[in-house]
Design a protein around this ligand. Structure first.
Ligand code: AMP
Length: 443
């Protein structure tokens, strides 16, 4: 087993790693750290929860501390781009945690926060800038910083950036940087788009792929057929009957997230909604309160499904399945992190049953879907639409619902077919002819 001390990291970084309680490098860290220390370009396919932030932050800081003249320059030499404000904030927290003891300054440039404060932070000549693309470009246009001196560029959650339409902004940003730089691309998926992006951005890159479904294997996944109209009641029963104490609930739409949070609050739960229509300040407030355990429930759209990290979140509930089944993996990946077991419930309505097939093909596994007794007749009817819905269950039924949840918890759904063993993945791997391919670590 590799150790952090096997890498050429400065002693103060090793101390920081020990303080964090990171006893050994995660697979992505084992693979990526030596490559980045070598100054090579990298395409890393790894999900949040894999320890990917440390995989680039640690070697970047090690290189900076070896080349201290870089720290004297007015403009940043490291630029880390993230698709969302929350992710950028989280990345910046990790950067600061390790950078401050080395005397390396950093700044965070995100929308929805004070430009003046950010301008003042830039005036202190930070060596590392963590940013979302739009706000970074605003500061560049105002002449608050130059990107000419960027020696290392990181694009985190690059697939998400493309999904969110950031490609034009990224192109503008690239034009402001010099060609002579190390570029690191981190993505949860290895799609054709990511391949193309990598071919445009990276110079003789190495490709590291860590089994994307690894986390799913440590997450117990339970699926319940629940009529759409019954979901609010079923959800409340699920939380109360099973004594769930900290639950991240996902909806597909902002409207549903807002309405569900409103009703749950009326039912006496401490709950907030997290979605794109909320102000940045209230999004951050809600997320921080949830992380601290001040909120029992957080109802979020897929905005929160990637990147955001919370230690030991025990339960995720998919109130609705996501439109894109890849988001299912990202959602449930909020739990079962860093070796801790997680539990993911999904409430599958009559209009969502078709999505199970896409999910099965993604997870390469037949899923066990339980139909609670009280909804049996509803789903027995082919269309489901004519069935009378049952009244709210009695307390005796609540007990049996709990027992059923426990019983089906034993029907563990393994999520982790190995991507590289799948024919389509093999094709992609072969297509990666411009990369030195480093095999996934399946230990
Ligand atoms: P990330 O994938 O970067 O979002 O990291 C997910 C979580 O894993 C964070 O809470 C990190 O603090 C934690 N983490 C990162 N590297 C390690 C490690 N080597 N050992 C234990 N935990 C880690």
């Amino acid at each position: 087993m590799a150790k952090f001390s096997d890498f050429e990291l400065p002693a103060s970084l090793l101390d920081g790693i020990t303080t964090q309680g990171w006893s050994e490098p995660t697979p992505i860290q084992q693979k990526a750290i030596p490559i980045i220390l070598d100054g090579r370009d990298l395409l890393a396919i790894a999900q949040t929860g894999s320890g990917k932030t440390g995989a680039f932050v640690l070697p970047i800081l090690a290189r900076l501390s070896q080349n201290r003249s870089l720290l004297e320059t007015k403009n940043p030499c490291v630029l880390i781009l993230a698709p969302t404000r929350e992710l950028a904030l989280q990345l910046h927290q990790t950067v600061e945690m390790f950078a401050a003891p080395l005397g390396v300054k950093s700044a965070l440039l995100i929308g929805g926060a004070s430009e003046v404060i950010q301008k003042n932070a830039l005036a202190l000549s930070p060596s590392i800038v963590v940013a979302t693309p739009g706000r970074l470009l605003d500061h560049c246009r105002q002449g608050n910083l130059s990107l000419k001196g960027v020696e290392c560029l990181v694009l985190d959650e690059a697939d998400r950036m493309l999904d969110m339409g950031f490609w034009p902004d990224i192109q503008k940003i690239l034009k402001l940087t010099s060609n002579k730089k190390q570029s690191l691309l981190f993505s949860a998926t290895l799609s054709d788009e990511i391949h193309l992006l990598a071919q445009k951005l990276l110079n003789k890159p190495l490709l590291v792929e860590i089994n994307a479904n690894r986390d799913a294997a440590s997450i117990e996944q339970l699926f319940f057929k629940v009529p759409e109209r019954e979901k609010p009641i079923f959800l409340r029963d699920l939380i109360v009957d099973n004594g769930l104490e900290q639950v991240l609930i996902f909806t597909r739409q902002k409207k549903t997230a807002g309405e569900l949070a409103y009703h749950l609050k009326k039912d006496g739960f401490t709950v907030e909604a997290l979605h794109g229509d909320k102000t940045q300040a209230s999004r951050l407030r809600a997320w921080e309160a949830f992380k601290k355990g001040e909120l029992r429930l957080l109802v979020a759209t897929d905005l929160a499904s990637r990147g955001l990290d919370i230690k030991e979140l025990p339960v995720v509930i998919n109130y609705e399945l996501p439109a894109d089944s890849h988001d299912y993996i990202h959602r449930i990946g909020r739990t079962g992190r860093a070796g801790v077991k997680g539990l993911a419930y999904s409430l599958v309505g009559e209009k969502e049953l078709f999505k199970l097939r896409a999910l099965e093909s993604l997870l390469k596994k037949k899923l066990t879907v339980t139909t609670p007794e009280r909804y049996q007749s509803y789903f027995d009817n082919e269309s489901g639409s004519n069935s009378p819905l049952p009244a709210k269950k009695s307390s005796g039924e609540a007990k049996s619902a709990k027992a059923r949840v426990k019983a089906s918890a034993q029907d563990r759904v393994q999520g982790g077919a190995r991507r590289a063993n799948h024919p389509s993945q093999k094709k992609k791997t072969q297509a990666a002819d411009s990369f030195d391919y480093i095999l996934p670590d399946f230990q």
